[in-house]
Ligand binder design. Structure first.
Ligand SMILES: Cc1cc2nc3c(=O)[nH]c(=O)nc-3n(C[C@H](O)[C@H](O)[C@H](O)COP(=O)(O)OP(=O)(O)OC[C@H]3O[C@@H](n4cnc5c(N)ncnc54)[C@H](O)[C@@H]3O)c2cc1C
Length: 430
């Protein structure tokens, strides 16, 4: 009998639990530790922030579903992982022992690295459902009393898709409210160019996004470092290629949403050998920690080096499909280990992303994430908005049904030539 613990029940952790359960033996024990017992679909938060979705639309109570699947849920959350002792200390002071641990804790939002940043200070956020609901109130106030918007991401951020997406969604929502003409918009980003996305661009994302921003009257500042934010005013330094300050901007705003930098959550931050200095889990090609060989990492929680040098720090995004590929590889590898085998599955880490504008959108596929690539494709159109709604409905259905991927999902991905695992390197589990 093996005891497997998954830390975090977000986009990666829930699907991890389903795939892992499918691969375990009847005598094995699977426990998920999460902060609470509700799953919330993060990619729909931008829609919540403008009132196109309510919390209930994108939330799932995991209790009954996990129980039906024979998965234990500990909603207390983890205070600290003790990898030397193979145990997790929970927030209520109790302990959970494990033989294998899969860390899926997502990001800790580093708002406090910039003075005045974040939903407890002077900017809004869409990173968490609670933030998105608070942002909706700020958006309603903006519609009543329009003024300039500053939207984007700060230095060290790694999640740029949602920043672009939210700028375009705001544009659409304000047009529908007939207030867009009263709202000058500026997009602020540390990326060296529009459409870099932490991936050095994918296909034609530079032209596609620049053109969409021009068409929608969104100005931008790239290579932008946010110094501090005061109520209604952001202080931004635009740097040159060497990182020296080129122009200092003082941007007044009536509404601002800035994505923060991410770091690892406190329960794992600072564990020598398990995490890097930012608190992200160090992993090898099998998603396995090099020091603690019974610990695996998936999702935003893992450490991935940047794709290249940029004047300001720009991280690599960890998007939904890439995370699902990490899940599939980890399930294969843990299943192999508990049967006395070796981990052999390697995730493809392909980035497949849909950036919704509320009426149309931009899609891209990067295979692999880091250039040069075998597939480097981007496109735009109304179909992207429809596909994003499809992704939301499909993913939530999967979570509610307690199932990992389905025949149809695999069929569609196969037709598109998108794989979760590197085929040549997999060998059957012993
Ligand atoms: C606003 C936004 C929009 C995005 N949109 C898209 C998109 O459209 N498409 C796409 O592919 N990707 C998107 N992403 C990127 C990515 O897919 C999501 O961030 C995704 O939710 C990451 O999954 P995860 O499992 O790594 O982390 P999360 O989904 O954040 O889950 C982490 C889980 O760990 C739990 N946790 C944290 N600390 C502890 C602890 N101490 N103990 C126990 N549990 C803990 C949390 O409660 C949470 O349930 C988006 C990201 C953001 C922020």
């Amino acid at each position: 009998m093996s005891r497997i613990a998954i830390l975090g029940a977000g986009l990666g952790g829930v699907i991890m639990a389903y795939e892992m359960k499918d691969k375990l033996r009847p005598e094995d024990e699977l426990t998920v530790v999460n902060l609470g017992s509700t799953y919330s679909f993060v990619p729909s938060n931008p829609w919540v922030a403008v009132g196109w979705r309510e919390r209930e639309d994108i939330s799932v109570d995991l209790n009954g579903i996990f129980q039906k699947r024979g998965i234990k849920l500990r909603p207390e959350g983890a205070r600290r992982v003790h990898p030397e002792e193979n145990r997790i200390e929970l927030n209520d002071g109790s302990f959970l022992d494990y033989d294998y641990l899969i860390v899926a804790t997502g990001p800790d939002l580093a708002f406090n690295e910039i003075e005045g940043l974040g939903p407890d200070a002077n900017t809004s956020s869409i990173c968490h459902i609670d933030h998105a609901e608070k942002t909706k109130a700020a958006f309603d106030a903006l519609v009543k009393e329009p003024g300039p918007i500053v939207v984007g991401a700060v230095q060290g951020a790694s999640c740029f898709g949602p920043a672009y997406e939210f700028a375009f969604i705001l544009d659409t929502a304000l047009r529908r409210a007939k207030q867009r003409d009263q709202v000058p918009m500026t997009f602020v980003t540390p990326e060296p160019y529009i459409g870099h996305l932490g991936l050095d661009g994918v296909g034609d994302t530079k032209s596609l996004l620049e053109s969409a921003m021009r068409e929608r009257h969104i100005k931008w500042i790239t290579n932008a470092r946010v110094g501090k934010v005061e109520p209604g005013r952001m202080f931004v330094e635009e740097v040159d290629e060497a990182g020296a300050v080129k122009t200092a901007h003082e941007l007044p705003f009536a509404f601002s949403m800035m994505l923060p930098a991410f770091r690892g959550v406190p329960a794992i931050h600072g564990l020598e050998g398990l995490t890097n200095p930012r608190g992200f889990v160090l992993i090898d090609k099998h998603q396995r920690n090099p020091k603690y060989r019974n610990v695996f990492g998936i999702g935003v929680a893992v450490a991935i080096p940047p794709v290249g040098k940029t004047p300001l720090p720009v991280g690599v995004p960890k998007t939904g499909f890439m995370i699902e590929s990490m899940v599939t590889a980890t399930a294969e590898n843990v299943a192999s280990l508990i049967r006395g085998g070796e981990p052999k599955a390697v995730a493809t880490w392909n980035a497949v992303c849909l950036a919704d504008f509320g009426d149309e959108g931009i899609a891209f596929v990067a295979q692999p994430q880091i250039p040069p690539r075998n597939v480097n494709w981007s496109s735009s159109g109304k179909w992207v908005h429809a596909a994003k709604i499809g992704f939301e409905k499909y993913f939530l259905r999967k979570v509610r049904q307690g199932k990992a991927d389905t025949f149809y999902e695999n069929l569609v991905l196969d037709v598109l030539g998108i794989k979760k695992l590197k085929e040549l390197r997999i060998e059957p589990a012993e």
